[in-house]
Design a protein around this ligand. Sequence first.
Ligand code: UD1
Ligand code: CA
Length: 451
Amino acid sequence: MKVDFVVLAAGKGKRMGQGDLPKVLLPLAGRPIAQHLLDTVSSMKESAVRMVVGYKASQVRSSLKVKRNTKWATQKNQLGTAHAVKQAVPYLRKGSVAVILYGDVPLVSLKTLKSLIRVTTPKSIGVLTFQTENPKGYGRIIRGDDKNIAAIVEEKDASLAEKAITEVNSGIISVQSSILGPLLDKINNKNAAKEYYLTDIVSVATKEGISAIPLRLDNANELLGANTPLELHNLERIYQESQANKLIEGGVNVADASRIDIRGALMAGKGSFIDINNIFEGDVEIGKAVKIGPNCFIKNSKIMEGAVIKPNTVIEDSIVGPNSKVGPFARIRGGTKLDASSELGNFVEANRSQVGALTKAKHLAYLGDTTTGASVNIGAGTITCNYDGKNKNKTKIEDGVFVGSNTSIVAPITLSEGSYTGAGSVITKNVPKHSLAIGRAKQSNIKRKKN
Ligand code: UD1
Ligand code: CA
């Protein structure tokens, strides 16, 4: 079946008080609120998306990632949700079912949308509803004698008795495209807000002999909207906890589902352990049996099987090889790659570098634009001096090199296989194979009189 998703995103979001940024672009788990909807619906076969934009339309268009099946409609003045949908009607495909989504109700699942589509016929429209203890702000569902929906009453227009109703409108409605336009034409703006309410489609349809079938969800979380900062905060926490639960169900040991933040896509292998207060951004892949200590920030990186990331480590755009150890307090970035069983310990920074298998830099070091071979030992306090004020220069440290503590390695330079540097050296010339390089002032012991 052809499905056209109409996403309403023309409003400013006044109640959010977020300044000039359109509400649908505010971040939820690191992605714009409306992006979640787009990502959900674009995975459905034969679907198309019709985005309705208005407030800061060009910013919304350029900030959202859409697929080729998307068309944009503009609502110049925000005259209400029915008026917004009307702008998309010319873009609907013949014979499709239109599913109307609100850009600020972002967590609805494809499964739920599919169930709603199933109740939609030329004689019936589907409305997703949910029960809530706190219905404030939502349209209230008035059921008719036949248990279908007779009307939806907005908060502003509701009587005290209607306000007490706890079944509310999610805003998500499905209608056969062919009847949508004519129904919208019959909606007026005679209400407290003087807006064209999409919710009036229910009473209009009922008069035409088209029933409004409620699909009521028990677990309301996926239907919650984000109108205020607190509502957005709640959505963030709900979303994060659901992601953590998915990891746990997939065999990942998460120390506390309420203390992990995934702002992107995290894949984690079975038997891995994620301690508290970790933040994952972008695409992060964690292999099997990986251990991640508390307070790490990991972005667009891959941590391979059996690796251990100790507390307070930052890893960005990098690959940590199998069984490697990183941290505590390490910073790995800029496309750095650690081969198997390597170790970068406390206060070690590696930037745009390759670290060979079994190579270790366990304390206080900086490796920039550096390639090390296998089984290299980098002593504490070692710095590669890669930047001369103009250019970034490369350091090559070959297999089995032993770099003494507090060595400054001035690039461009090569320390050849099996060579050594003496502690405290400033190395400015290439070091040949198996030689010891010492570049430091000689110690002199000067005799003094006893005091
Ligand atoms: C709406 C529903 C309410 C429902 C609630 C669910 C109406 C009249 N009310 O109320 O019944 O319970 O959602 O979350 O539909 N928009 C436009 N153009 C406009 C007006 C709004 O594109 O002229 C967009 C907004 O950007 C937003 C969405 O439509 O993404 C919903 O509008 P909003 O003002 O948030 O409606 P609610 O008051 O939440
Ligand atoms: Ca809303």
